[in-house]
Structure formats: C-alpha cells, structure tokens
Design a binder for this molecule. Structure first.
Ligand code: SF4
Ligand code: SF4
Length: 79
C-alpha cells in the first residue's frame, strides 16, 4: 500500500497552501468546481507521496485533507 492523500472536495476552499507546502509535488489544482464554487485540490502523484503530512498541517480547512500512511494504519487529518 502506498501513502494515500485524499481531499474532501466539498470542504476545500481552493487556497492551494497545501500545494505550495508539498515537498514532492504530489498535489495540483483539479479541473472541477465544488458546490461552494471553489476549484479544489487533487492528487496527481500518490506514488511520490512520502506521508510527511505537510499538506494536512498547512491546510486551514478542517478535515479537508487526509493522509493514510503506508503500512502504518495511521491517518493524518486536518482538524
Ligand atoms: S490547503 Fe486545504 S483548503 Fe487550501 S487548497 Fe489545500 S485542501 Fe483546499
Ligand atoms: S503527505 Fe507530504 S508528500 Fe504527501 S501529499 Fe502531503 S505534503 Fe505531499
């Protein structure tokens, strides 16, 4: 299992702070618009994700991002 990064697109406000904090360039801007009119983040490279949690820590929106770490059964959520 690889590290998995999930974005709750309905909670994302499209600030893209997470993109600028990812050291591996795993995140990008999606091509969709959520119900609040924001363009959310999407994951482009889960294979490169090292599970550092910087994206989650930098996100100002509660529960917008979640990282499930490889082989650890650990979940890192924004809160
Ligand atoms: S930091 Fe949070 S709210 Fe901002 S774009 Fe990333 S997931 Fe969305
Ligand atoms: S956990 Fe780290 S490497 Fe993975 S997407 Fe978030 S900031 Fe990037």
């Amino acid at each position: 299992m690889k590290n998995l990064v999930k974005c709750d697109v309905q909670r994302c406000k499209g600030c893209y702070v997470c993109i600028s904090h990812c050291p591996k360039g795993c995140l990008t801007i999606d091509s969709s618009i959520n119900s609040q009119g924001y363009v959310p983040v999407s994951t482009v490279s889960e294979a490169d994700c090292i599970g550092c949690g910087m994206c989650v820590l930098s996100c100002p929106e509660p529960f917008a991002l979640k990282v499930i770490k490889e082989n650890k059964d650990r979940v890192c959520k924004s809160a």
